[in-house]
Design a protein around this ligand. Structure first.
Ligand code: B16
Ligand code: MG
Length: 219
């Protein structure tokens, strides 16, 4: 029986990818590094420190750990500043409707995001009220594709993985859900999240009615 839902944040509840892109682009320009949208796609769902290492590898750059942390902090300052412009108009279409519906039907709802800025993003969206539990980049040390963030969220909800559905937009996020033995809903193209139990192109299509009809034996 499904009793709980765990949501990734970026790419599921809201789309911060563009803001992450702009901040990494600014840092890369300052450093004279190559950075484009294709490379930005590879950063979807992975942690800040893993992201900067992907960018450095791509540019054949190696630096000491302290400098890497300093540069990642610089990118984060740019990103956090840009979050100030985010408002409750910035949900992905369909996301707020689904959260409202889940609350009214009495399901447990948790966040399972890699972002260390998740609380700020939820605050900007006025979305904190929809979540019983917040699991973010500060809650666990191993990031996706390790299942730790989803296991953290389900444990805090008091539910085993087989009672929970994870919503994810990243390939590594679906890997993480599967590694933790959660049911999974992928948001995005087949090439990225086709290995999820159920896939929708956008959150708008992922209504509770549709989700229930795909997992009918579990409700
Ligand atoms: P931060 P999610 C992820 O969020 C993003 O998709 C990813 O691009 C970002 O690097 C990561 O959060 C860390 O974010 O720098 O704010 O800690 O999709 O797991 O909600
Ligand atoms: Mg995501």
């Amino acid at each position: 029986m499904i009793k709980g839902f765990i949501f990734d944040l970026d790419g599921v509840i809201t789309d911060t990818a563009e803001l992450h892109y702009a901040a990494w682009k600014k840092l890369s320009n300052d450093m004279d590094w190559q950075f484009d949208r294709e490379l930005n796609e590879k950063l979807r769902g992975i942690s800040r420190m893993d992201s900067i290492k992907v960018i450095m590898d791509y540019n054949n750059v190696s630096l000491g750990e302290d400098t890497i942390v300093e540069l990642a902090t610089k990118k984060n300052d740019i990103y956090v500043e840009s979050l100030n412009g985010m408002t409750q108009e910035d949900y992905l279409p369909g996301a707020e409707e689904l959260l409202t519906h889940l609350r009214s039907e009495g399901f447990n709802v948790a966040l399972g995001s890699a972002s260390k800025n998740a609380e700020k993003v939820l605050k900007q969206l006025n979305a904190t009220r929809y979540f019983d539990i917040i699991g973010d980049g500060n809650s666990v040390s191993r990031s996706k594709p390790a299942p730790d963030i989803f296991l953290y969220a389900s444990e805090k909800m008091g539910l085993p993985p087989e009672n929970c559905i994870v919503f994810e937009d990243a390939e590594k996020g679906i890997d993480a859900a599967k590694a933790g033995k959660f049911y999974s809903v992928g948001i995005g193209p087949k090439e990225r999240v086709g290995h999820a139990d159920v896939r929708f192109d956008t959150m708008k299509q992922a209504t509770l009615f549709e989700v229930k009809s795909h997992f009918k034996d579990l409700f």
